[in-house]
Every structure is written in C-alpha cells, then in structure tokens.
Design a binder for this molecule. Sequence first.
Ligand SMILES: Cc1cc2nc3c(=O)[nH]c(=O)nc-3n(C[C@H](O)[C@H](O)[C@H](O)COP(=O)(O)O)c2cc1C
Length: 189
Amino acid sequence: MIHASPALVIAGSLRPQRIALRIAEWVAEIGRETMNAAVEVVDLKAWPLPMDDEPGVPAAGVYEHEHTRAWSRKIAGGGAFVFVTPQYNWGYPAPLKNALDFLYREWHGKPATSVTYGTRGGGKAADQIHQVFEGLHMRPLGTRIEVAIADDHVNQDWQLTDVAAAMGPYASLIRQLDAEIIEALQDSQ
Ligand SMILES: Cc1cc2nc3c(=O)[nH]c(=O)nc-3n(C[C@H](O)[C@H](O)[C@H](O)COP(=O)(O)O)c2cc1C
C-alpha cells in the first residue's frame, strides 16, 4: 500500500451507452497491479448531484444536502484522482464539471490527471480539465493519456468490442502515470 487513501478513477460519462466505465475499469486494474494499492472506480452515475443545488458556495464547505456531504466524504477520502472522460464537442461532459464544482477543499493538494478518449484522443477536453485542476489547487501530473478510439475498436453502436485491444497500446503510459502518482504521494507524506 502506497497510501492509506485509495486512488480514485472517476468515470466521467453518464450516457446509457457509455464506454467510459469499461475504460475506467481497465485503467483501475492496471493501477492496482502497478501501484500495489487500492484503486477504486467512481461511477458518477452512482452519485446523482443535482446541478448546483447547494445554497452556499462550495469553498465555504457548509453543505445542506446529504448527497453533497456524501460526495464530500468520498472525495476527501481519495488520495489521488484519474479522470477518465470522453471529449464532447471539444470539452468534457457537463456532469463531470458539476461533480468537480460541487466541492472545493476536498480536491486541494491531491495529484490529478486524465485519461481522455475520442476519435482523436480528446486532447481539448484534457486541456480544459487540467486547467480546472489548477483552479481547484490540485496537483496536475505530467502524464496525461489521450486514447484515440479507432473504427475497428468499436461496433456499429460505438461499443468497444475488445477493451484490451483498444487500451493495450496505452498500457505503458498508464504505468508511467501510476508511477507519477506514487511519487507524488510519497512527496506529500
Ligand atoms: C455530445 C457528444 C459530443 C461528442 N463530441 C466529440 C468530440 O468533440 N470529439 C470526439 O472525438 N468525439 C466526440 N464524440 C464521440 C465520443 O467520443 C464517443 O461517443 C464516445 O463513446 C463518448 O464516450 P462515452 O461513450 O463514454 O459517453 C461526441 C459524443 C457525444 C455524445
């Protein structure tokens, strides 16, 4: 165990036919092997956070709703974050931004990076979320992964036919990312 707190892999798409979860599970599995640590997938779909429904600002840390308090406990308990997110129209999905904006101090000082995906890898979504990491005073890692989903990785419904085939070329980069998480967590001890 590198750290008492698990690394959280946050799956950023809520679409009924999303591929985010399978990619997140794959990233988490490599993380468990590489870091010999607890790595947990957080499916945003399991964390319904009504858009901006807290009366106070998140920076005050006073939450009226139980869903916010539960989300706060979850994120406060995370040691590092890997955001697995698609690119939607050159950005990242609104529910993911909402989930980030719901909290403030809970994110502070924690290593964070992204695994974005799309037909060209989702680099524009990665640029945006890394800027937000800075706004939230996280510690953006150097390695960020852009997964280009090719036509032969998906069927006609744009479902991954073989996640290992699509993600295999990125395995060494994911291990590099995991090594950066370990280093960042050791620095903060
Ligand atoms: C609203 C929307 C916008 C999209 N915009 C982009 C885009 O800007 N670039 C891209 O490569 N793919 C884009 N796509 C295709 C997605 O990469 C693809 O649908 C992917 O499966 C979405 O991830 P998800 O299935 O986990 O939701 C878009 C898809 C949706 C639904």
